[in-house]
Design a protein around this ligand. Sequence first.
Ligand code: GDP
Ligand code: CA
Length: 307
Amino acid sequence: MRIVVLSGGVGGARFVRGLVDVADPAQVTVVGNVGDDLEVLGVHVSPDLDSILYALADLNDDERGWGRAHETWNALTTVGELGGESWFRLGDRDLGLHLVRTQALQRGEPLSVVTARLTKSLGLETRLIPATDDRLRTWITTPAGEFTFQEWFVARGHRDEVDALRFEGADTATPAPGVLEAMESADLLLVAPSNPYVSIAPILALPKVREALARRRVPCVAVSPLIGGRAVKGPADRMLARLAGGTSPAHVAGCYSGLIDALVVDEADAGALDTLGDVRPIITRTLMSDGDARRRLAEAALGAVPA
Ligand code: GDP
Ligand code: CA
């Protein structure tokens, strides 16, 4: 079964890790968000792609929730001591990847080509494709002004309420090679339990990706990132409350209107399903606390496909 997953960083990466344990990893294509990408200290960082790479290669730090395990911070400490830009946390091990990527990009290689090579170097069978090779950047409008995604998320600790989002470059960006082909030949489309507004929306802001999803002939199943109406981590619940008017499964499904056939929701949210409309609820435990929990969640999403 060929599967395409639209994914953000950490929540998406955890889910994809479970998915490749229960499905053939070589048949899984992950389309990753690049709206969070940034250039800092001269390197190009793709935080969401890297979260997925690290999770798939078992290099991720499960406890911290992002970045690599056994990380050290010597380079960043030096940057700080020298008065350099140290607000974006880059570990030593992580930096190695950014150096390789940045050099390849500077040689003129598209991000998708670099990413494919990184995937191969890490010995992964799963295909990871950035949503686009073009420049696409998420901007956040708040009462305090408009910020790039990382200024808002990291530098300001996502404390500002979000009034609007803008995906710079999305209108004219084209999906990276392989994205549409994978979507069109898939037997199942999945939307990971990522933040709908800042992780999935930038992917759906690519007109061709949205169209491909809207005219799908196979099921599309999204997994809710909320448990009991609360985000497991991060601002998804606050954003839904403010931008969609609530944090029920229907509010999550509303972010994917016309694009999904089923929504995997947590048992804790099973009481609030009456307004889901055409979207079929799949109720299970969705906290990915360990490998077993991740696999069970992936199986629940896969169960949506008629055998
Ligand atoms: P980011 O790009 O690193 O911010 O990560 P994502 O957007 O992919 O994932 C963030 C979302 O993952 C948050 O809204 C969390 O609520 C959600 N999330 C994290 N862990 C879990 C989990 O175990 N279960 C579910 N259902 N959602 C989770
Ligand atoms: Ca992200």
